[in-house]
Design a protein around this ligand. Structure first.
Ligand SMILES: *Cc1c(COP(=O)(O)O)cnc(C)c1O
Length: 437
């Protein structure tokens, strides 16, 4: 399979090139040239299969031309050592729990798959060590660090702003050791991102070491997210509730929902998608006005969705670009919603009181958007619960007025010893550090 750039100004790339480069030369996002349809019978039969079996079928449709079947199956099975169960919250609203992986958030799926795919290419090509640079405000760093932990031939440098990530987040990428180095930058998240960008542009550094990114725009990170949409469908089908399915996705950079749109293109019978946002609502505004105005992000309690210029918007436009009226077509497939911090808190409180189900701030946007959309008593909906509430313990404790429990998996991280290297926010210091490696 070849990959084209959404900007149409870059040469077609192989899967390997798209994964190693991440972004195309023209700064566009890579898209697969074709989206293979799965037979309706194959999809229907998924209700008799395990998550791993389902994911192998989907992975083969995307990557089967480029990787031998048994190697690809192995990568999928290694990635998915955990399930994504569908849990009822009300009679017709279901939570697709994506937080059963190592860092308790959905980004584990894409990060783990990408790590194994990159590891495969490095091994196959006999490449020297590849260095992944990732800037994080919290969640991405933990998913990438844990996803790449122990993968041969890859070293990961996580840059994070000193004192600006939560203690739980910090211990998820500073206690790992092995091929993971945490760099504590005396600055902001934007400084971290600027350092990484400058490193990719620096000739001497690139001659010294092979650098790559593990951005969420990478095809190896975003396409595997389609696996759990099929798994959600299979579980709903098992319960006899898969007809007229609406799926609601708490969205920031819109990678997750784009993977769902890909699944629908492959034949997954989803009736409608909803993109749930916090007060960063450029997408909703686009749906309402037809005008897309990216802007600076606002800080909210659902902070992994604090994105003012969603990078995967370009992929969504591209998916519908065959249409005469792209905006109408997108509105036909996707609805939007926005929630203030106060509304998110109210939803968490009410749902907990009425059903006993504890939402995290991101999932709360998903739940509420779905509840507002579904006409009473008709049709079922699934929202993606993208992170475990304990990842946002302080916020949830404050909203509920009581201490919530921390799962054992998170506690284990908190018992590890923090190892990080402190650096200033000056590029010269960062460069000198990398040149010594
Ligand atoms: C990253 C993230 C999101 C947003 O996902 P996108 O793919 O960027 O739209 C939502 N919730 C949580 C918990 C996240 O970490």
């Amino acid at each position: 399979m070849r990959y084209y750039s959404t900007n149409q100004q870059a040469p077609l790339a192989s899967l390997e090139k798209a994964v190693v480069k991440g972004l195309a030369e023209d700064k566009g996002l890579y898209m697969p040239e074709r989206i293979r349809q799965l037979d309706a019978a194959v999809i229907r039969n998924m209700q008799n299969q395990s998550f791993q079996e389902i994911a192998c079928t989907v992975a083969n449709a995307f990557f089967g031309e480029d990787i031998e079947r048994d190697r690809l199956d192995q990568i999928v099975c290694d990635t998915l050592s955990f399930d994504t169960p569908v849990v009822p919250v009300t009679d017709n609203i279901f939570s697709l729990e994506l937080f059963h992986g190592p860092t308790l958030a959905f980004k584990d799926v894409g990060a783990r798959f990408m790590a194994r795919l990159l590891g495969y290419f490095i091994h196959k090509e006999g490449l020297t060590e590849v260095n992944v640079l990732v800037a994080t405000s919290g969640d991405t760093g933990s998913a990438v660090a844990n996803g790449f932990l122990g993968v041969e031939g890859i070293h990961v440098y996580v840059l994070y702003p000193k004192g600006k990530v939560s203690p739980i987040q910090e211990c998820q990428f500073t206690t790992l050791g092995q091929n993971i180095t945490a760099l504590e930058i005396d600055g902001t998240f934007d400084d971290c991102q600027a350092l990484v960008k400058a490193a990719f542009m620096d000739e001497r550094l690139n001659a010294h070491m092979k650098l790559t990114s593990a951005n969420s725009i990478n095809v190896a990170r975003f396409l595997p997210q389609s696996f759990y949409y099929f798994n959600a469908y299979a579980q709903m089908a098992r319960m006899g509730k898969a007809d007229d399915l609406t799926i609601c996705v708490p969205s920031g950079n819109f990678g997750n929902i784009t993977a769902g749109l890909f699944a629908q293109r492959m034949g997954l019978p989803v009736k409608h998608f909803i993109a749930a946002n916090n007060s960063n609502d450029v997408f909703l505004e686009y749906l309402q006005t037809g005008v897309y105005t990216p802007r600076a992000s606002q800080q909210t309690i659902a902070n992994a969705m604090d994105v003012g210029a969603p990078s995967n918007f370009a992929r969504i436009l591209d998916l519908y670009s065959h249409s005469d009226n792209v905006h109408d077509e997108i509105c036909r497939h996707i609805s939007g919603a926005r929630f203030s911090d106060e509304e998110i808190a109210t939803t968490i409180r009410n749902v907990y009181r009425e059903t006993g189900y504890l939402l995290d701030p991101h999932g709360a946007c998903g739940y509420q958007a779905l509840a507002d959309y579904l006409p009473a008593g008709s049709g079922c909906g699934v929202f993606l619960e993208t992170a475990h509430p304990a990842k946002f313990k302080d916020t949830i404790d404050r909203i509920l007025g009581k201490e919530i429990e921390i799962p054992a998996k998170l506690k284990a991280f908190m018992q590890g010893e923090k190892q990080s290297i402190e650096l200033s926010n000056q590029f010269d210091d960062f460069k000198a550090f990398l040149l010594q490696q």
